[in-house]
Design a protein around this ligand. Structure first.
Ligand code: MLT
Ligand code: MN
Ligand code: ZN
Length: 299
């Protein structure tokens, strides 16, 4: 299996268009200690020819251009992208579907809740229904993509997308709204969990012993955005678990027996993006890698 990191940043990318937080300022000034990053997405393939996208980010067009494996081959219209699996309805995970609109067949997988959201958004009607099949994946059921890869979605603590939040909002709900994915080629398996509000026993058990985990690296501290005066929301309130702290991913996955732990969906405020920062050194010492655009993992 080949896994390409198309994008490694959280919603907004890095730097974010309107942000002058300390980490974005380094990126704006071209500081060599930071690498700009596009919004998070993976491409995975068992045969090197047909690729499954895990989420379709708003930066997808640039990500395809930057990835020769995803360039069209042969005559007229063609794409190595055969399918897309979306983990929730967030803008940073769906907007790239609009890039895939030019008369191209592919299969779109997601939970019923997320596919209903796509169907309810009239703009996504630009995807030609005769060419784009949708297939709803049930929680905890393994789905054969037909690409030599199976995917098993499972609920993780999360919330509905920001634009659907209302008075009944529950943070940490384990529903079809936010899923993690287990991907297997029949021999090796890895997990993609770009959003997870809490690592409870169930999540820990599920991830235990994986070959590779790509996990929610949105913030370093829970109150990161609040402390910077950028937002009133903690990571938890946004449906994400911080890296640090008792309940953070470093502590909660310290004994998980996972061979490679890789942070993805990293927010532009997160100091781990600065390569010589104390926070970067801490996570690396704890056995974590920090994903970057163009990173490749072969399993
Ligand atoms: C998130 O991951 O929290 C979302 O991308 C937030 C958003 O939709 O801007
Ligand atoms: Mn996001
Ligand atoms: Zn920023």
């Amino acid at each position: 299996m080949r896994i390409l990191v198309l994008g490694s940043a959280a919603g907004g990318g890095f730097p974010q268009w309107n942000c002058s937080c300390p980490v974005c300022q380094l990126a704006w000034s071209g500081d060599a200690r930071v690498k700009p990053r596009s919004q998070s997405s993976l491409a995975v393939s068992a045969d090197g020819a047909r690729w499954l996208l895990l989420n379709a980010s708003p930066d997808l067009r640039q990500q395809i251009i930057a990835s020769p494996d995803l360039h069209p081959r042969g005559a007229r219209r063609h794409s190595p992208i055969a399918a897309v699996f979306v983990t929730n309805g967030d803008v940073d995970h769906l907007a790239g579907l609009l890039t895939l609109r030019e008369q191209q067949d592919f299969v779109l997988f997601g939970s019923r809740a997320t596919l209903d959201q796509v169907a309810a958004t009239s703009l996504f009607g630009v995807l030609n229904k005769d060419l784009v099949q949708t297939r709803a994946a049930k929680l905890d059921e393994t789905i054969d993509t037909g690409l030599g890869l199976t995917v098993t979605p499972f609920a993780v603590p999360g919330k509905v997308p920001l634009y659907l939040e209302d008075a009944d909002l529950v943070i940490g709900a384990e529903t079809e709204s936010t899923v993690g994915l287990e991907i297997s080629d029949g021999t090796r398996r890895f997990f993609y969990v770009p959003g997870c509000a809490e690592i409870n026993e169930r999540v820990e058990r599920r991830l235990h012993g994986a070959d590779v985990l790509f996990f929610d690296g949105t913030t370093f501290t829970d109150d990161e955005m609040v402390a910077l005066g950028l937002s009133s929301k903690t990571a938890w309130r946004m449906g994400h678990v911080s890296m640090s702290g008792d309940k953070g991913s470093q502590a909660r996955l310290a004994e998980s027996g996972i061979a490679r732990k890789i942070y993805i969906h990293i927010n532009n405020t997160n100091p781990v993006l600065v390569e010589d920062s104390a926070e970067r050194a801490l996570v690396e010492r704890a056995g974590w890698e920090v994903a970057y655009d163009g990173m490749e993992v072969v399993l």
